[in-house]
Design a binder for this molecule. Structure first.
Ligand code: R1P
Ligand code: URA
Length: 341
């Protein structure tokens, strides 16, 4: 970190860049595809229009944002890495850089607990969280009456976006493809790829029966991954409370600020207080490609990944483009990186 940051509550640079994503208002669009890996983000961004030239920012903390237009519609593709904490950085910091509504679709990978082959695409209608209980005595399980893992109640994605994502995937699926698309299912987001997903490693994780327990207790459960629950959770919470909305812009730094990006025309004129208003909405959905079958123990090949990311990525862009956002609920185009030249 080399920029001077102010306000310990929500750190920003003097030119309004948020701490971890490195973005400022005008660099992130209302429609966002979020993915785990930079290569998936670049592949999806290859579908963006040539003009205006897509803006690209790799933050020091590894978040990659690419913003441009898809068939004329402003869209950002943001790669966040892995886990709920990174999803939290992304949703909160992008929200504070943007006025109007947010439509977010995660295109991720997952493991499948039901009898569906690798290459299946799952659009979860809801998610539960699976969290390792650190108060459980893993070294001496007989000495503890706590459960080793906690399973949350389900939280639902946005039903309209869910339908649109499913429809776009069905339309984009190659004609000769045998990939199934499942949408009436539930996903579990775990806080580890290993212990909370029932994988056996050299650590004592008390997870031998976890997958069966999940299948027995979570209705319609099909998949395991690591971020979608937190996305759905934050989207569902948004706008329910009027607290914690800033009325004053954060104090500006007095010292020199050196953003690690090339100069962009992004606007600094929108007061912070008018950006993340509670009367806006956050609508979230997800599509997850089955990379691992936990029943057959198959794992997807690199060739299959490449082919799947191509058509599913295009489908998510199509789905987001189809979502109607009234013009007054958009971030202003003037001064943004998607402004038409
Ligand atoms: C684990 O390999 C990672 O893959 C899945 C999990 O949620 C976790 O982030 O998603 P992504 O492919 O989007 O990263
Ligand atoms: N991502 C996960 O989190 N789990 C899997 O099994 C595969 C991908």
């Amino acid at each position: 970190m080399k920029d001077l940051l102010t306000d310990a509550n929500f750190p920003r640079t003097a030119d309004l860049r948020v701490y971890h994503l490195g973005l400022r208002p005008g660099e992130v669009a209302n429609r966002i595809v979020t993915v785990g890996s930079p290569s998936r983000a670049q592949m999806i961004a290859s579908f963006l229009d040539e003009r205006p030239k897509p803006f690209q920012l790799q933050s020091e903390r590894g978040f990659l944002t690419i913003t441009g237009r898809y068939q004329g519609t402003p869209i950002s593709v943001i790669s966040i890495g892995m886990g709920s904490p990174n999803m939290d950085f992304f949703v909160r910091e992008a929200r504070e850089c943007l006025s109007g509504d947010m439509y977010i679709v995660r295109l991720g990978s997952c493991g499948c607990l039901i009898d569906a082959p690798v290459g299946t695409v799952v659009v979860p209608k809801a998610c539960v969280a699976v969290v390792r209980n650190v108060d459980f005595d893993y070294a001496d399980p007989t000495n503890c009456d706590e459960p080793a893992y906690r399973i949350s109640k389900p939280v639902f994605g946005d039903s309209e976006l869910h339908l649109q994502v499913t429809k776009a995937l069905e339309e984009a699926r190659p004609k000769d493809s045998s990939n199934m698309i499942l949408s009436d299912v539930v996903n579990a987001s775990a806080d580890s790829f290993y212990s909370s997903q029932g994988r056996q490693t050299s650590f004592p994780d008390a997870n031998e029966n976890l997958i069966q327990h999940l299948l027995d207790t979570v209705k319609d459960l099909a998949t395991l991954e690591m971020e979608t629950h937190h996305l759905y959770h934050l989207a569902a919470c948004w706008g329910r409370s009027s607290t914690a909305q800033t009325t004053q812009p954060p104090p500006l730094a007095t010292g020199p600020v050196n953003p690690s990006t090339e100069d962009t025309p992004a606007s600094q004129s929108t007061p912070i207080a008018q950006l993340a208003r509670p009367d806006t909405s956050i609508k979230a959905s997800a599509a997850q490609m089955v990379f691992a079958s936990r029943t057959s123990r198959d794992f997807i090949t690199p060739e299959q990944v490449k082919e799947m990311e191509h058509w599913t990525g295009k489908a998510i862009l199509d789905a987001l483009k189809c979502m109607n956002i009234p013009s007054e609920r958009h971030h202003p185009e003037q001064g943004s990186v998607w402004e038409r030249q």
